[in-house]
Design a protein around this ligand. Sequence first.
Ligand SMILES: Cc1cc2nc3c(=O)[nH]c(=O)nc-3n(C[C@H](O)[C@H](O)[C@H](O)COP(=O)(O)OP(=O)(O)OC[C@H]3O[C@@H](n4cnc5c(N)ncnc54)[C@H](O)[C@@H]3O)c2cc1C
Length: 462
Amino acid sequence: MSGENKKVLIIGGGLAGLTAAKRLVDRGFQVRVLEKRPIFGGKVSAWKDEEGDWIESGTHCFFGAYGVLYDLMKEIGTYHAVLWKDHRLTYTLDGGSSFTFDTWDLPSPLHLLPAIIKNGYFTFGEMAAFSKSLVPLALKRDKYPPTQDHLTFAQWADQKKFGRRLMDKMFRPMALALKFIPPEEISAKIILDVTETFYRIPDSSCMGFLKGSPQEYLHQPLVDYAKKRGAQFQNGSVVEELLFDGQKIRGVQLRNGEILDADYYLSALPIHNLHKIMPDSLRKHDRFFGNLERLEGVPVISVQIWYDREITSEDNVLFSPDGIIPVYANLARTTPDYRTLRGESFEGKTRFEFCVAPARDLMGLTNDEIIQRVDRSVRANFPVSSQGARILKSTVVRIPQSVYAPLPGMEQYRPTQVTPVSNLFIAGGFSQQLYYDSMGGAVMSANLAVEGIVRESMRRTS
Ligand SMILES: Cc1cc2nc3c(=O)[nH]c(=O)nc-3n(C[C@H](O)[C@H](O)[C@H](O)COP(=O)(O)OP(=O)(O)OC[C@H]3O[C@@H](n4cnc5c(N)ncnc54)[C@H](O)[C@@H]3O)c2cc1C
């Protein structure tokens, strides 16, 4: 055991913080997690409303690529709760039509053949022009996307001259679904990285959904696991400031006036919250910390609507390039535990959950206005099956700063988990790792931060 008697204070009980807690108790550290909200889970959190229905921070799809997340879930015994859907991506369009990117069970890149030759929407010419634009990606593989971080994806696509329809109908919802910002804002690197992964690893684009709430299958099992091994968890604990003495972190100041100290400090906060607790002295201490100011969070809105009938029977994630619902799912199909309304069975009806983006201009609207706009998008996408459909319930969750904004040129400012201050570590989706700000990214960032703490602890004792 590397961490015998060493204390670690984890600030933030989202997926990164909870993963780190589990991994640290496994290595023998004494762990205390400080979480400001009454519940754990951060951007993947879910809670029951006063009518007994689960409300989520947002629709969470489990990409096949997130091996580190599935390793974690196997360790806590909840991997069985990931329900893998058919390996295809379906796009719904205004007017009621749709197209689908299917895959075949063949080695890469042949698995993508049906997406190119039989998607039922883009012409062979359009797909051939797109395939040509990917030649550098095929040749240089993961070495290519980092060379394109100075461009937005829209600028990259203009240079490659593949058609407007591909950009508007396929890549716009993809960019909005991935990071809630449009192709005109997102760095080309992100879309190219994802495309390269989908191209190279056949199962990486397969989507799973949890059987029920992430609270039941992810956060609580992580908390229970770490608690059993001695970790302490404190909800309602808001960290106000990291206390920095010019060389090391000497403690954290809580909003209630308490000061807590430890051997190591792990920030598992979103970037905008990390900004708030960093003292000026730390910002000035090293450019590493000063540069964090350049990263910011993206607004997004999550909406759930229960309709009195089945509008789509699709048991999978759906994308829509038209309107304001780039990615959504009928949870009454995808998520068996969510086939309920106010405690009653909700079989055969629709419980949509939507990610509403771009959300910047919508944040000021009332909930009713947001629901009306989402409902308009639904009726435009499903003009026949939605005819006469009544809304039975709706919920709106606004997240003014969610994932970090991967704008061009930002990659260089994403911090490593090991920092220039030897007892301070950083985890979180925005920190440097393969999967950007995602569940896979949160877990991978925690794994890397824990490895850093273990190395530092061994260095001190040797
Ligand atoms: C709407 C939406 C949909 C998404 N969909 C997907 C998806 O389909 N697939 C996917 O992989 N990812 C998805 N993501 C991204 C994913 O949720 C995040 O990348 C991931 O949850 C980040 O985890 P984290 O632990 O780094 O940060 P967070 O989840 O933000 O956790 C940080 C924690 O710190 C706490 N905190 C903040 N300030 C303080 C303070 N001062 N003191 C103490 N505690 C504090 C917060 O309350 C929070 O619990 C989605 C995100 C959103 C918002």
